[in-house]
Design a protein around this ligand. Structure first.
Ligand code: UDP
Length: 429
């Protein structure tokens, strides 16, 4: 079996963020409530464990959640598991299978998955009060550290509604070893999961991060020009990993249908390559082939230097933001688009309807035809598009900002601590 380059977990270096900076965005009551909820957890040792520090929604959120936990007085950290290439290929399969793909799970795949987890587990020095393990990649860690103290929480970011049974049955015992599990929506909780506590927590975006912070129209226009787009022409935008579930080929079909009526429309697809996503490159190439050299289809990635500030500019210059996913745990890109006052047209799947109220903040669609029709409607009616975007921004302000995410975690920590006290109390009587 292939050995890992760097056995054990690596610390992620985080920037500092202050809750006080969020007061102008969410109001002083919310910030005061967060400080009040965090009072019992001053100095509490919290560790988040995930499989990548860059690319994808989980990494995006942790770069804000953990600094905000620190700002609230918790001693919060983040570690990334290491794994062989084989491990990441298996976990990508697992991700796809848990979202419903028919894939096989061979003994060799199980072995590669467990081998990397064992390596991460044996080098782990645990002195934490709360350990939050994100997604299936590191899920066995709890069982492998069964004797450890602390409250262990498994945070599932994916839509398990149609999970492949073979994969779920394999994963389930590892998940059941946790004290609690967090899911994005109640529908994602498998009926046969036996666990002490389940919490429902939607993901969130950071209104002050370089991706979402205010930016002038002039700056946004300059940035998109730099990458070869014309800020004067209408622009459809989808920001997503190159992944079959995000339907990039369908997005190109939508663009082609729209171009029949608006010949000057441009399509921008931004998709960073995450290091835990070996499929990304291959699907990028497929998308590129499908675009067939069309100069008005701009395929960009972190390899072209498109980072958070550029994504911010591109989303701001969008006429319509698309998220034509066929399956989607949540889809941070939808809240990102709405926060920038854009109408969003998204697939009617997973966590997308949580964010888009059909006909009010955008549209939910089930096909290329429906998607094209809605995009055309919005392009023909800029006043309605603007109104939807404004409404969407308010929905995000109230529900999907990082401060709400922090509150949800603090509530779960409180519940788990109280459950503990109740148990002690019972056994003492
Ligand atoms: N993202 C990015 N650059 C890209 C592609 C995606 O910064 O080229 C970000 C995107 O803005 C969002 C996150 O990655 O914040 C993707 O999260 P989402 O929940 O939409 O999808 P996931 O990748 O987790 O399936």
């Amino acid at each position: 079996m292939q050995e890992m380059r760097n056995p054990g977990m690596q610390d992620v270096v985080l920037v500092e963020k202050s809750l006080a900076d969020y007061e102008p965005v969410v109001g002083e009551d919310i910030i005061a409530e967060l400080h009040r909820m965090a009072r019992p957890f001053q100095g509490a040792r919290v560790l988040h464990i995930s499989s990548t520090a860059y690319g994808g929604g989980v990494a995006e959120m942790l770069h804000t959640l953990i600094p905000l936990m620190r700002s609230a007085g918790l001693d919060a950290h983040w570690k990334i598991i290491s794994g062989t290439d084989e491990f990441f290929t298996v976990t990508k399969n697992m991700h796809n299978a848990l979202q419903g793909m028919e894939l096989e799970l061979t003994p060799a795949m199980k072995a590669a998955y467990l081998h990397s987890n064992v390596e991460n587990a044996v080098y782990f020095e645990n002195d934490y009060d709360f350990i939050i393990v994100h997604d299936p990649q590191p899920a066995p860690l709890r069982m492998l550290r069964a004797g450890d103290g602390g409250k262990w929480i498994w945070r599932c970011h994916i839509d398990l509604t149609a999970a492949n049974t073979t994969y779920w049955n394999f994963l389930r015992p590892y998940v059941q070893a946790y004290d609690a599990a967090i899911f994005t929506m109640p529908e994602y909780v498998k009926k046969d999961l036996q666990i002490g506590k389940v919490a429902i927590v939607p993901p969130a975006i950071d209104p002050l991060s370089p991706k979402n912070a205010p930016m002038s129209d002039e700056d946004a226009a300059r940035i998109v020009s730099l990458y070869g787009m014309d800020p004067e022409r209408p622009m459809l935008v989808q920001v997503s990993r190159f992944d079959p579930w995000k339907d990039p080929l369908g997005v190109i079909d939508v663009y082609r249908a729209v171009r029949q009526k608006f010949p000057d429309v441009q399509l921008v697809m931004v998709g960073s390559m995450a290091h835990d996503d070996p499929e990304g490159m291959e699907y990028y190439q497929r998308t590129k082939d499908y675009a067939d050299g069309d100069p008005d289809i701009h395929l960009l990635s972190n390899i072209d230097g498109v980072g958070n500030v550029e994504v911010n500019a591109i989303q701001r210059m969008a006429t319509v933001v698309l998220q034509k996913s066929l399956r989607e745990g949540f889809g941070l890109t939808i809240s990102e688009g709405l926060w920038k006052g854009k109408p969003v047209v998204g697939g009617d799947v997973g966590g997308i309807p949580l964010q888009i109220q059909d006909g009010e903040t955008g549209y939910l669609v089930n096909s290329i035809e429906e998607c094209s029709k809605r995009v055309l409607e919005l392009m023909r009616n800029p006043a309605r598009a603007r109104k939807m975007g404004e409404l969407g921004r308010e929905v995000v302000r109230q529900n999907f900002l990082s401060t709400a995410n922090l509150r949800n975690y603090l509530r779960l920590f409180t519940d788990l601590t109280q459950a503990n006290r109740a148990r002690h109390h019972r056994s003492a009587v």
